[in-house]
Design a protein around this ligand. Structure first.
Ligand SMILES: [Zn+2]
Length: 106
């Protein structure tokens, strides 16, 4: 196959300010710092399977995961968000190498 004309798809221009609370997440080793984060596309990660995902972000300061309500995230950002999973779980085995690296931040 030849690409006749390259596309230039970009995720929507989207930002959201959230507080790092660590709330709604699963058990984690980090303590939240309660800082305010401005999220852009690419900052959202998801955990779960099929349509039952938890969406959220990992704080660059404290490493805490905070869940973000799905309704606050554009569909495209949800769709392309990388998945993370607990090491050793069945879900973890299905992740890409990049996603496995992300999962280690938890
Ligand atoms: Zn934090």
């Amino acid at each position: 196959m030849k690409v006749k004309e390259k596309g230039n798809y970009k995720l929507p221009n989207w930002t959201l300010d959230v507080m790092c609370t660590g709330k709604g997440g699963w058990r984690q080793k980090h303590k939240p710092c309660y800082g305010t984060l401005t999220l852009e596309d690419g900052d959202i990660i998801k955990r779960g399977y099929d349509d039952d995902f938890d969406y959220g972000c990992i704080c660059p300061e404290c490493g805490c995961f905070t869940v973000i309500p799905r309704k606050d995230i554009p569909i495209e950002v949800q769709e392309y968000a990388p998945r993370i999973a607990g090491k050793g779980s069945d879900d973890y085995m299905r992740l890409t190498e990049e996603e496995k690296k992300l999962s280690e931040k938890l």
